[in-house]
Design a protein around this ligand. Sequence first.
Ligand code: CMX
Ligand code: CO
Length: 140
Amino acid sequence: MLTRIDHIGIACHDLEATVEFYRETYGFTDVHFEVNEEQGVREAMLKINTTGDGAASYLQLITPIRDDSTVAKWLAKNGEGVHHIAFGTDGDVQEEADGIAGKGVRVLYDQPRHGSLGSRITFLHPKDCHGVLTELVQKP
Ligand code: CMX
Ligand code: CO
């Protein structure tokens, strides 16, 4: 079952400056930096709520590390802004994705891939989700 909004993905040009904006403006100070080579991004996960059940929600600030990354292409076309939303599952993310695929929504990966903070992730095609690139996340 999908039980929460895990994160909102925001594409930006300058990761440090964008982290600083969120720190200065809203006081979000709990930040974790990570590089995801496979996804072609460097990212900052800003923790927004700290519920003790491990199901905190985040802003995921992402910037491309390669010209051929999907986020570089997206930034060139759209400029900075909200890139995707991610729902968290309380179960197995592949089972969740299989159930959604059965409803006619394209799942982008055959197998879950490596996501932030040790999570397993997959994506749904934005054209099958009313224009929203949608990620599914299973926390470790
Ligand atoms: N949100 C909404 N629509 C999007 C989109 C997005 N983020 N990215 C692309 N689209 C739309 C485009 O606007 C385009 O629509 P039109 O044909 O109407 O113009 C269409 O989808 C095709 O877009 P494209 O620019 O040709 O891009 P691609 O098909 O090459 O790639 C996608 C799109 C979704 C398959 C690719 O971005 C992808 O594989 N995404 C999943 C991985 C990812 O986003 N990783 C970064 C985040 C990592 C993380 O969260 O950890
Ligand atoms: Co994400």
